[in-house]
Structure formats: structure tokens, C-alpha cells
Design a protein around this ligand. Structure first.
Ligand SMILES: Cc1cc2nc3c(=O)[nH]c(=O)nc-3n(C[C@H](O)[C@H](O)[C@H](O)COP(=O)(O)OP(=O)(O)OC[C@H]3O[C@@H](n4cnc5c(N)ncnc54)[C@H](O)[C@@H]3O)c2cc1C
Length: 408
């Protein structure tokens, strides 16, 4: 985010923002000010339903089967889609962007189709992402554009390039097209003043994605941070990778943009490493991931001249720690070199309280045809199932806010 937060929460005065009001992530009034009581009741019902692990497992199976049989699903999934996605197209999502920006939270339009193949579908995905960039152009409600390289490339090709395999003539041609799509999106975003992020994916695809991201950062980040890569700190090699990037950037005179996340594909990574009889790229435990995540944030704060970050997490502790560390270093909350990001429908208590305190905060707002968003919706449901019988954090917060409103 290069521009300071232009639409702070009207409830927080500028003086208060400059002084840095205390952050309270249990302030559900601020967290849910953008949701009506009717919306919250519906969300309570939905989170209650997806809180049952057996129901989610069964539901996910039934949905995959219905998808394969091309049965109609919209009626069943619409409430979940409406909560976690902006809409079926950009136009529909603008309403969400408008609502978020009223409270100082910016939007990252995220085209949600996954696993496309064939040049036609890959070009169509490129055009969709380009439309998102053009919608964000000159519009302060939008923070970044974002894309997944796997939306622009056949996965088998991405894997072959990552593994350093020799490409056939046809594959070389196809890879050139992937490079052209990535380059075209980054160039357009930079020309239109829209910072752009590249998501991180499975480790067997990531080496090629890293190479593309590094080329784009070297080309576009010489006068500020415009292109961001993503580092998954559940990988034990990522902290040293970030340090290497910083060294190159400092030597060559550019800025590393990096979204820091823990990583979304842990089970898949471990299963594949076991199946292939190699060491897993994933940290031995959660504590190790947390330790590297904190260390990466610390490292960035010490090297802000050459490393700008987006802190992509729903973890309250990490988020609070970064906000405090910024203050103790004398950084303004709105410093454009540090931003926070969460997903739409998740951790509103972080997003809206951060924005109210003047921090640069944005939400991924996925959009796309409902059918194509299904894998994304299943992941959100799985993330919100109850663990060890405990109510999900989202449901707990929604209940708390409904109780607060009733007591008024
Ligand atoms: C804005 C945003 C953008 C994102 N972009 C990406 C992206 O580009 N690529 C991507 O892969 N993910 C991405 N994610 C998802 C992210 O990687 C996490 O899966 C998700 O946010 C949960 O982690 P957390 O930090 O929010 O919460 P936490 O609950 O603190 O952490 C959960 C995470 O910790 C790690 N973990 C859990 N158990 C273990 C264990 N036993 N050993 C080692 N590690 C463990 C896993 O990564 C797990 O997802 C994004 C998330 C957000 C909010």
C-alpha cells in the first residue's frame, strides 16, 4: 500500500489515530459495525452449521460429488458464498469494497477460480485479473491486486519448470506465454499505480513462481515497492530465503515486497514428501512456524529500506506483536511499508480494529462464479470447524456481538 489510509473509521478522530489508540481485538462493536443484526444472525447459524466437523466432511464429499454430476448447488451454497466472497463478478464485489472502505479497510480483489487448464482458460484468467487491476486503478478503496501463477499456467508445466526438467518445444512456447501473462499483469499494475502481490503455492510449483516474482521485483521495485512475492514460514527454508532476497535487493538497489504467511498446504506437503521418500519442506511443529514468522517480521522491521511487508495472518498474537513493534520503533501506524491483510469473512475483529487505529489494513475479497469458488469455500468451512469441541473463534465473536447488541 503506497498511499496512507484515506478513509479512517469515522468513529476514530484523526488526533486519536495519530497518537495511536490502544488496540483491542475483542472490541466486537468496531469489528462488526459493517454487519447488520440480521446478517450476524445468519452468520451465527452458518458458523454453527460448519462448526460440526462430521457435517463439514460429509458436506464437502457431497458437494464434490454434486459438482462431478453437475447437479445444481447454488441454493445450498449461496449463504456461505455471500459471507466469504464479494460476488460473482467485479461489479457485484464493488458493494463489498464500498462497505469495507467506509471503515478504513481496503479491498484486494481476488479472482477465485482454481485449477484451470488450456490456453483459453488461462488467457481468460489473465483477462479477469487485468480487469481487477483496472478497477483498482486510481481508486483509494483498493490496496493491492493479487494473483496466483497457477491461474495463468498449467500446473504440470509449472511443476516441470520448478523441477528444472528439460522442456519440449511446445512446452517452451507455453512457458513463454506464462511469463508474458505474468509480465503483462505486473507491468499494467505498476503503470496504473496498483501494488500487486503474487500468492505462494505448493513447494513443487513454488521454485518457478519465485523466479518469476524475483524478475518482476527487480524490474519494477527500483523506486518503491510495487510487486510483492509471498513467503510461507511453515517452510523451514523461507526465513533464509527472505534474507537472501534482502541482500540481493540491497546490493542491486531495489526493494523486496513480501507477503508473510504461515502457509496453506501443510497436509498436502507432508503427504507428498512421505510418498516420495524425501524430507518434508515443512517445519517440525507449529512452534517452529510461529518462531520463523515472528523472526521474518522482525527482520523486515529492521530492514524496511529494502523489505516491505504485508502481514497475511489471522493470528491475533502475531498481529498484535507487529502493531506493538511498529509503535516501539516509532513507526506511524499508517506507514505504507507495513500492511496487514485478512480474508473476507474472517477475523473482522483484527481488520476493523486495526483500521480504526490507523494501520494499513486490507481484506482479500474473492470473486468469481459460485461454482468455481467451491474449493475456496470448502477450505473456509474446514478452517472453521470446531477443534476438540471448541467453538470457532469467529462464532464466539459473532455471539459476543449479538449479546452486546441485545443488551443495549
Ligand atoms: C491475506 C492472506 C493471504 C494469504 N495468502 C496465502 C498464500 O499466498 N499462500 C499460502 O500458502 N497461504 C496464504 N494464506 C493462508 C495462510 O498461509 C494460513 O494458512 C492461514 O492464514 C492460517 O494461518 P494463520 O497465520 O492465520 O493462523 P494460525 O492459526 O496461527 O496458524 C495456522 C498455520 O500454522 C501452520 N501450522 C499449523 N500446525 C502446524 C504444525 N504442526 N507444524 C508446522 N506448521 C503448522 C500452518 O501454516 C497453518 O495454516 C493467506 C492468508 C491470509 C490471511
Amino acid at each position: 500500500m503506497t498511499s496512507p489510509n484515506s478513509s479512517p473509521n469515522p468513529a476514530v478522530s484523526t488526533a486519536e489515530s495519530a497518537a495511536g489508540p490502544a488496540l483491542a481485538f475483542d472490541d466486537t462493536r468496531t469489528a462488526f459495525a459493517h454487519r447488520s443484526t440480521r446478517d450476524l444472525r445468519r452468520a451465527r447459524w452458518m458458523f454453527g452449521l460448519i462448526g460440526a466437523p462430521a457435517l463439514v466432511t460429509l458436506g464437502a464429499r457431497a458437494i464434490r460429488l454434486a459438482l462431478a454430476l453437475r447437479l445444481p448447488l447454488n441454493w445450498a451454497l449461496r449463504p456461505v458464498f455471500d459471507y466469504f466472497c464479494g460476488g460473482e463478478d467485479i461489479e457485484e464485489s464493488l458493494d463489498t469494497a464500498r462497505k469495507l472502505s467506509r471503515y478504513g479497510v481496503k479491498t484486494i480483489l481476488d479472482y477465485s477460480a482454481e485449477g484451470q487448464t488450456g490456453e483459453g482458460a488461462l488467457n481468460a484468467a489473465h483477462d479477469q485479473i487485468m480487469s481487477a487491476i483496472l478497477s483498482a486503478k486510481g481508486d483509494a478503496r483498493f490496496a493491492f491486486a493479487v494473483f496466483k501463477v497457477s491461474a495463468l499456467s498449467d500446473n504440470a508445466l509449472l511443476e516441470k519448470v520448478s523441477g528444472g526438467g528439460a522442456l519440449t518445444a511446445n512446452e517452451q512456447l507455453a512457458w513463454q506465454q506464462v511469463e508474458d501473462r505474468v509480465s503483462s499483469l505486473c507491468t499494467a499494475a505498476c503503470n496504473h499505480g496498483v501494488p500487486i502481490m503474487m500468492d505462494a503455492e505448493e513447494s513443487w510449483l513454488q521454485t518457478a513462481i519465485d523466479a518469476l516474482a524475483e524478475t518482476m521485483m527487480r524490474r519494477h521495485n527500483t523506486e518503491g515497492c510495487r510487486v510483492y512475492t509471498t513467503a510461507q514460514l511453515y517452510r523451514h527454508d523461507r526465513l533464509s530465503y527472505i534474507k537472501q532476497l534482502q541482500e540481493s535487493a540491497q546490493k542491486e538497489g531495489w526493494v523486496v515486497g513480501v507477503k508473510l504467511v504461515r502457509g496453506a498446504y501443510m497436509e498436502k506437503e507432508r503427504e507428498r514428501a512421505i510418498a516420495e521418500g524425501r524430507t518434508s519442506p515443512i517445519q517440525p511443529d507449529k512452534a517452529a512456524t510461529d518462531r520463523d514468522f515472528d523472526a521474518a517480521v522482525d527482520f523486515a522491521l529492521q530492514h524496511l529500506e529494502h523489505v516491505n511487508i504485508v502481514c497475511g495472518t489471522h493470528n491475533e498474537k502475531s498481529t498484535f506483536k507487529l502493531s506493538q513493534d511498529m509503535r516501539s520503533k516509532g513507526l506511524q501506524p499508517g506507514d505504507g511499508r507495513v500492511a496487514f491483510a485478512q480474508l473476507l469473512g474472517m477475523s473482522d475483529n483484527l481488520s476493523f480494529n486495526l483500521a480504526a487505529a490507523g494501520f494499513q489494513t486490507a481484506k482479500y475479497v474473492p470473486y468469481g462464479p459460485l461454482r468455481e469458488a467451491i474449493p475456496y469455500l470448502i477450505r473456509r468451512a474446514e478452517e472453521n470447524t470446531s477443534v476438540g469441541g471448541q467453538t470457532s473463534r469467529e462464532l464466539e465473536l459473532i455471539r459476543q456481538e449479538l449479546r452486546r447488541r441485545k443488551a443495549q
